[in-house]
Ligand binder design. Sequence first.
Ligand code: KG4
Length: 322
Amino acid sequence: MTKKRPNKKFRKIILGIETSCDDTGIGLVTTDGELIGDLKFSSAQIQAQYGGVVPEVAARFHADQILPLTEKLLKQYDVSIAEIVAITYTEQPGLIGCLLVGQAFAKTLSWLWNIPILAINHIAAHIFSIGLTEPIVFPFLALVASGKTTSLFHVKSFSDFELLNATIDDAIGEAYDKVGRIMNLAYPAGPKIDQLYNDHLIVPNLAQQPPANKPFSYSGIKTAAINYWKTLDHDNLVHSQQLLATAFQKWVIKSLMRKIDYYQKKLNLTNVAIVGGVAANQLLRSEISKTNLKVALVDHQYATDNGAMVAYYGAMLYNQDK
Ligand code: KG4
């Protein structure tokens, strides 16, 4: 939720624009990193009928929503153009048509209002999204787990972060969504699989865990999930969904935990941040809470794509340039 509003008299505000996938997000953060507010329109439910995000459809929703959302947000928090010191937008990575809508909008505002513009890396914005709700302590291990990304980073500062491991095929959220499709769950299936998970069910180990230092990969577990689904008796659909959800989620979260453990020990890091849509996962949250790590879990509200994280990271970079 929105924190205490900074004294209006001294506000210097960064406007953040996020359009990398199916969420149109607009955020306002002060240069001190204090969140003023944000608004989001998600086309995910509308896209569920296609079984996933159709880039062209998502881009059209961004084009329709971006201006009314921005106007509404500025009005809601009584922000004047004079208070905005920089406009930040997601430059990459993402769906190209969607990114272009955000970029064109940001450039237009920058030109109209004569305000500097700053291009932001989407993954970095996710990594530092934890700063929206708690102070950031460097160095830390960051797990970015979303529908588009599965990566681990060694983060030393706002501008110095090293990629340690990344997926060689699907992203983790994408694997959840695809396995969801096997069992007739609507997109996005991640939260539904998480709900269907039942620790009391006896399920087989779907696949061997690869060594922790090997890249993330979800193609093998997807095939194993399809094969397991074929062996189940579907008279009681919910029960077979629970079985596959449990077997799949057990494997996936164990593999995440093994990698976190490996890099945390190797680099002697005690602080871990988990960001991206999959950070909402209940089993992941429960397993990580059993470790001795100091864990920063992104707030549910900011785990998925949003404009506030773009504005927040923009604010940190703006300060570095001063
Ligand atoms: O960060 P996000 O909005 O990024 C992308 O759009 O890529 O994350 C969305 C992804 C989807 O794939 C969704 O199925 C997954 O995050 N997700 C989850 C959970 N909540 C969302 N996956 C597993 N467990 C969850 N509770």
